[in-house]
Ligand binder design. Structure first.
Ligand code: HEM
Ligand code: HEM
Length: 220
């Protein structure tokens, strides 16, 4: 298994981080929207603590992902109109920004509310605001909530784009991020060096018929 990406496909490192973070972020969004309206109970406190710990995990994974991305390369773009390539790049950039803003605003909201923060009960994280702060709390909450709505919009475009590439353009964009399937119309992805295509047998060399010029003609 190739961990690093090459010109045609994403490596296992980039794919693992992409899909792991995608699942965690989608679950965090669903749980976040669900938990906010729960009545106060020990159960609600546990769900909040889990949401915060998984959110902080996303932040740590983002640091790893950006470092990996800087050390790795990006596969070549599949052929597409220039504006589509630009739109995809801008969407990816905004997704990276929101993967940073959402955990940080959640952490800021928690700090400004004056609550302690632990990672899965294992260790404490520092307060970002140095204590409760009502005005920062409101700002952080708004950024966390509306940031998520923006993320959901971008994700709809991102997933829609991936599906359009797969089903309409029938190119490799989605399969090379899945990394499991054959690329369309090309040989299966393999780590083995490509073997040379068999060379067709050479056509027999037939000498051209001798041309007879008037000077050479023995029977004028
Ligand atoms: C079911 C959901 C998803 C699908 C089908 C999907 C699909 C893809 C595909 C096919 C690519 C490769 C694009 C290319 O080769 O140019 C990609 C890249 C990317 N995806 Fe997703 N994705 C999903 C969820 C997410 C989520 C939840 C996030 C983050 C919030 C995300 C962030 C990114 C980023 C930042 C890239 C660009 C990677 C880079 O160039 O470094 N994706 N995604
Ligand atoms: C990518 C990471 C994260 C995502 C996608 C996410 C998403 C969400 C969403 C959608 C909500 C519901 C917003 C609302 O309707 O009020 C929410 C609420 C919340 N999140 Fe996050 N979150 C993330 C990370 C974090 C982190 C790291 C923390 C804290 C350390 C955190 C703390 C909270 C808290 C305390 C609430 C409840 C707000 C309330 O009671 O109104 N989140 N989150």
């Amino acid at each position: 298994m190739a961990w690093k990406s090459d010109a045609n496909r994403w490596g296992a490192g980039a794919r693992t981080l992409h899909w792991l973070m995608a699942v965690l972020i989608i679950c965090l969004g669903a749980v976040g929207l669900y938990m906010a309206d729960l009545p106060n109970s020990p159960q609600k406190i546990k769900i909040y603590a889990l949401h915060k710990s998984i959110g902080l995990t996303v932040l740590a994974l983002l640091v790893l992902r950006v470092a990996w991305r800087m050390a790795d390369r990006r596969p070549d773009e599949v052929p597409m109109p220039h504006w589509q390539a630009l739109a995809a790049r801008a969407t990816h950039l905004f997704l990276y920004v929101l993967m940073l803003v959402l955990p940080l605003s959640g952490w800021m909201y928690n700090s400004a509310s004056g609550y302690p923060l632990q990672w899965f009960g294992l260790f404490n994280l520092p307060s970002l605001t140095g204590g409760a702060d009502a005005s920062l709390k409101g700002v952080a909450h708004a950024v966390h909530e509306y940031g998520f709505y923006l993320l959901a919009l971008l994700l709809a475009a991102h997933v829609g784009g991936a599906l359009k590439h797969h089903f309409v353009d029938r190119d490799d964009t989605l399969v090379r991020m899945l990394g499991l399937l054959r690329r369309r119309g090309t040989p299966p992805i393999s780590d083995e060096p490509a073997t040379a295509a068999p060379v067709p047998p050479a056509a027999p060399v037939v000498p051209p018929p001798a041309t007879v010029t008037s000077q050479e003609n023995p029977n004028p």
